[in-house]
Ligand binder design. Sequence first.
Ligand code: NCD
Length: 303
Amino acid sequence: MRHDHLIDTKQLSRQDIEDVLDRAAEIDADPAAFGDRHAGKLLGLLFYEPSTRTKMSFETSIKRLGGDIVDMGSVESSSVKKGESLADTTRVIEGYADALVLRHPSQGAAKMVSEFVDVPLLNAGDGAGHHPTQTLLDLYTIRENAGLDDLTIGIMGDLKYGRTVHSLAHALTNFDTRQHFISPGSLKLPRSVRYDLHEAGANVREHTDIEDVLPNLDVLYVTRIQRERFPDENEYRAVAGDYRIDLETLEDARDDLTIMHPLPRVDEIAPEVDETDHAKYFEQAHNGIPVRMALLDSMLEDQ
Ligand code: NCD
């Protein structure tokens, strides 16, 4: 990949994406062959927001490449608590590490930091903005299960605040896909994302009822209603619990429908769905390792 930093998926071409996915497939086939590729390299983790999968899979990935982490730890236990600015913290930690991973509650935080750090920076989620590394593992999962061209995908749930949605929708414009967005009116895609998709020539439709599109879908990407991003708790309560997938909903789905979710899920997918062949969300989470290994491998290559 030509880029020093990975901030959003708008910067990725189809070729960039395919290079990462192809390398991830190579790693998946023979992980041991990559075991000492980056011996001695250190990845700096700056997580200002909770994370399980993203943080642990970055840690696992760098270790499986022979490297290690330096971790700022939780905001509660770091100097952030003393009022240190994001700019100062990242400037210091870039001196300890060969690349940085940043998760932050403010949209635009990764972009801001990328303007003054020299080591590669990976955006691991900036508020309701973007989450490009999640998108790469989503695309890997889609490619394995349904293929990325001639794809009809439904993206459902919190389209307003869901950063995984914003990043995925944009990346999919590199492929021949029809995107159906399903959400309550109050959680529709932000205008800026819709504008970008339009500019990229995306084939996009918006719906409020999953029943309207379910029978046509190859992939259904379900997301969590993001309570922590709602300015108003009452607004959250008004929509939480809608848009749930269970066995009854799936009666109208195609037999080969792939169901994905970036996780964590709350109530959006009934546990009974886990036992069906549709459920690919745990496989999707596991794909975080080869995909993040591939990404780190390519970004650290020239370091
Ligand atoms: C997502 C996130 O943090 O944006 N989780 C993840 O990284 N797998 C989705 C979410 O929190 O709902």
